[in-house]
Design a protein around this ligand. Sequence first.
Ligand code: MG
Length: 251
Amino acid sequence: MSAGDFTRERLNGYLSSRGCASFDLRGVFFDMDGVLFDSMPWHARTWVEVMTAHGLHFTAEDAYMNEGRTGAGTIDLIMQRECGRHACEADVREIYDEKTAAFRDLPEAPVMPGALRLVQAVADAGLSASVVTGSAQSSLMDRIDHCFNSLFRRDFMVTAFDVKTGKPDPEPYLMALHKSGLRPEQAFVVENAPLGVKAGAGAGIFVIAVNTGPLPDEVLWQAGAGLVYPSVEALADDWVRLLGLARGADA
Ligand code: MG
């Protein structure tokens, strides 16, 4: 099967499963860590350091598998696994404060190669671009505006402050649909993490996964990815072809 046939089959499969005749693309929701910024190595390193300092066994793979979860959610999960009990509020505060401080001490993560080109191509196609992240950094939008030439819609942005549960729950992507006034078949999600893919797919949106970390593609397919690209650059290279197929796709 050719690459074009495979992509078409995946797009059409999504439309059939939703009972939709066609895509009516209006916007693309971008995850931030591991998609727009190459920040995951920093997050993984600081999680491992701080958990280890607290006597909790935690690997870089744990960090990537739990990417997208809130800090409190990750700490509680590891406490249950390693200590057989839930994390109390003090555990969460102490560990998360240390993790945040360690992350802040590192240099700012670079923009992901290909990300600016992809976001520009999305805007050039007449689609809105917005950010959906579990992060709670208050200066986030200023840095995103600065690095991405103000191409993202501020009013459509979803952060940790907008949601109760967070990924892998569909809540952040349902909130993104609500804020931007779109139906699922009017958007794409771009995600790098299994839990983020699950959240986007759970909201009924076609998820394009970019595998920018060390996990096998299989975990992204299993989480519900519509397509998996080996990098953001590869997706940027393929964007015009993909958009053409989506605009021509029907169930
Ligand atoms: Mg991510």
